[in-house]
Ligand binder design. Structure first.
Ligand code: PBG
Length: 321
């Protein structure tokens, strides 16, 4: 049977029927808001390339997190920007992130705090690991990542999210957490992280642009799908609880394939460049910002993302009220 017996427009004729047959719904529960934390007191540093996003000192980060929870968002992803960099800054017990976790959890015990586990925000060269003879040494980096994850757990975080793309790190982090009594802390692995130009604004935000070379020797080639499935599979075997795909917009096919192939929850990271493009177009009056943001976040959900990390989370939460 076809036209004229079948008319697809019958189910689009008004808001009630459209809503009844809507297949995908975005919910505030899906959203995670990233928060950048810097040293000092009463410090707000606007990130020029990401209008509306700031770095906050811990005291003001607490206030920002309070606003986030008041909007109904349950979870934040913390990035720390220390004032002094070095190979072991990320494993310092009194470092920016351990202090931030403690302060935020003390003020807002109900907020679900996820931490980025990586070296690029902490090292002088801006690479995600320990550099030996001009390259990032995989196995030497694993030890530091495991220490960092344990330190975050000891400081009270609810979940760790390794974003470095070293081989074997999920297994090493899982083992370290379990040995130290943190077997209940989940790992959200940035299993499929592409070497992407969409991270540009984040590198200003987190002051982590590599000082030499690029990240292509550890992040994935944007041309590859089968490799993404292999990465996901390995991380699942190593004990990842959630698999993340990053960036989101240009990689919705990958989100979709991982969702259909595995039973593990999937996260998508709507990265800085994706945010800034919308902000720039909206500032020029070229697009309707709110409508584009909601369409874009919905597309990530439709593709298969259960969790969406996005700098638009607060505005989206307002629109979802
Ligand atoms: C690095 C890290 C990056 C992002 C999250 N964690 C940047 C990179 O790999 O260069 C990017 C996030 C964004 O662009 O919003 N550990």
């Amino acid at each position: 049977m076809g036209f004229p017996d079948i008319r697809m427009r019958r189910l689009r004729s008004g808001p009630h029927i459209r809503s009844m047959v809507q297949e995908t719904r975005l919910s505030i529960d899906n959203l995670v808001m990233p928060v950048f934390i810097c040293e000092g007191e009463k410090v707000t540093v606007p990130i020029k390339s990401m209008p509306g996003i700031n770095r906050y000192s811990i005291d003001l980060a607490i206030e920002e997190c309070r606003k986030i929870t008041q909007l109904g968002i349950h979870s934040v992803l913390l990035f720390g920007i220390p004032s002094k960099k070095g190979n072991h800054v990320g494993t310092d017990r009194n470092g920016i992130i351990p202090r931030a976790i403690k302060a935020i959890k003390a003020a807002l015990p109900d907020l679900y705090v996820i931490t980025d586990v990586c070296n690029c925000e902490y090292t002088e060269h801006g690479h995600c690991g320990i550099v030996v003879n001009g390259t990032v040494d995989n196995d030497a980096t694993l030890e530091i990542l495991a220490k960092q994850a344990v330190l975050h757990a000891q400081s009270g975080c609810d979940m760790v999210a390794p974003s470095d793309m070293m081989d074997g790190r999920v297994g090493v982090i899982r083992k370290a957490l379990d040995t130290k009594g943190f077997s209940e802390i989940p790992i959200m692995s940035y299993a499929v992280k592409y070497a992407s130009a969409f991270y540009g604004p984040f590198r200003e935000a987190a002051d982590c642009a590599p000082k030499f070379g690029d990240r292509k020797a550890y992040q994935m080639n944007p041309a590859n799908t089968r490799e993404a499935l292999r990465e996901a599979e390995l991380d699942i075997e190593e004990g990842a609880d959630i698999i993340m795909v990053k960036p989101a917009l240009s990689y919705l096919d990958i989100v979709n394939q991982i969702k259909s192939k595995y039973t593990i929850p999937v996260a998508a990271y709507n990265v800085s460049g994706e945010y800034s493009m919308i902000k720039a177009a909206a500032a020029n009056g070229w697009i309707n910002e709110d409508a584009v943001v909601m369409e874009m976040l919905l597309s990530m959900k439709r593709a298969g993302a259960d969790i969406i990390v996005s700098y638009h989370a607060q505005r989206a939460a307002e629109l979802l009220q």
